[in-house]
Design a protein around this ligand. Structure first.
Ligand code: URA
Ligand code: ZN
Length: 362
């Protein structure tokens, strides 16, 4: 049985050069007297009031050197990784630059996979600030690339979120070319909800809560706008086990069924239920660090739709001496605990589902 990591990121070398050349978020630079390069991807992370050692995160070869990815895989018994550009992807690029840069980055990622045949596959990135035509052209190109199995996307879409009807040509092209969307958070929640002491708690509030709630809201907006009524075979893989979606699905469904505005608006055609979509269009990763959350994901979508991931190179050990990453061990442990007595389901989540769903041939 192969072990497959479907949630694992990379900034390929040309993207690193781009980040190093920039002075506005996202960018990479040093903050003297500290000499380490820091990756600043979220607005405000570089505020002068933050000590230099807590601005963004240190960025080393784990983020861009593909041989480090293979080393990490070997260390953690991972046979195959489906690599994806890390946030904020290409979202920030000016419209006229997005298309050519997407081509370059996607070619580079496909070429990284080619260096390790059978061990690496990829989710491509879309030039979402470009015109619809350019985005669709890139989708078609990605669908012809040997190692590309889907696209990674944030929650902003064309700038108005994923319930924007302007995205229909994009959803249509992705459905037609059978490319799975890997939906991943980046923007979090408005800073105000975390209060004035947010930075006293490092990155915990935005990462532990902002990220998953962002995903939950984005996917609920897709559902409410009828994306899956119009694109019945569009597949979306949700990061971090769908945020709070598995836990809140019943409440979302109940609110829909008790809303008279929605009832009137929907007279022309029924909206598919959230449970139907969870079991037919949504896949969930297993990056949730506890068997409790994992069981909820499996209850919502089925053990045939949940897939192991690591989020490498994020969440490295704080103690650099450790050989195996605790963040990875926690996700292995969650699978072991959730499927005690059901080894087939554990094997499905660890790799067999990914091979079948993403059609990984090796
Ligand atoms: N932090 C990020 O910015 N991205 C991830 O994927 C994980 C943690
Ligand atoms: Zn991630």
């Amino acid at each position: 049985m192969p072990i497959v990591d479907i949630h694992t990121h990379v900034y390929p070398p040309s993207f690193m050069d781009l980040l190093r050349s920039r002075t506005a978020v996202p960018y990479i630079r040093t903050f003297p007297p500290d000499t380490s390069s820091r990756l600043i991807i979220l607005p405000g992370e570089d505020a002068p009031s933050n000590p230099s050692t807590s601005r963004g995160r240190p960025i080393g070869p784990d983020y861009y050197d593909i041989s480090k990815k293979i080393e990490f895989m070997d260390k953690h018994h991972i046979d195959i990784s489906v690599i994806s550009l890390a946030n904020p992807w290409l979202d920030f690029l000016p419209s006229n630059e997005a298309g050519p840069i997407a081509e370059r980055v996607n070619n580079e990622v496909n070429e990284l996979c080619n260096q390790y045949p059978g061990r690496l596959f990829a989710f491509g990135a879309l030039p979402l600030s470009a015109s619809r035509e350019v985005i669709v052209e890139e989708i078609v190109r990605l669908s012809e690339m040997k190692y590309v199995k889907g696209v990674i996307m944030g929650t902003s879409g064309l700038g108005h979120g994923l319930d924007d009807l302007g995205l229909d040509p994009i959803y249509e092209a992705l459905q037609e070319h059978r490319l799975t969307i890997f939906l991943h958070p980046h923007y979090g929640l408005p800073k105000d909800v975390f209060g004035p002491r947010v930075s006293d708690y490092g990155h915990v509030l935005p990462l532990a809560l902002g990220f998953p709630l962002e995903t939950t809201i984005a996917v609920t907006r897709m559902l409410l706008s009828g994306v899956w009524d119009r694109f019945k075979t569009l597949n979306v893989l949700l990061a971090h086990s769908g945020g709070a979606l598995p836990f809140l699905a019943g409440r979302i469904e109940s609110c829909i069924n008790h809303d008279s505005h929605l009832l009137n608006a929907r007279k022309s055609g029924g909206q598919r239920s959230i449970w139907d979509i969870l079991k037919n269009n949504i896949y969930l990763d297993a990056v949730i660090y506890s068997h409790i959350g994992l069981k909820s994901a499996v209850d919502a979508s089925g053990s045939d739709r949940v897939m192991f991931g690591t989020d490498h190179p994020f969440f490295p050990p704080l103690d650099t001496h450790g050989d195996s990453w605790p963040s990875v061990q926690m996700n292995y442990r969650a699978i072991q605990d959730a499927f005690d007595g059901n080894p087939k389901a554990a094997e499905d989540v660890l790799g067999d589902n990914a091979v079948r769903i993403l059609k990984l041939s090796f």
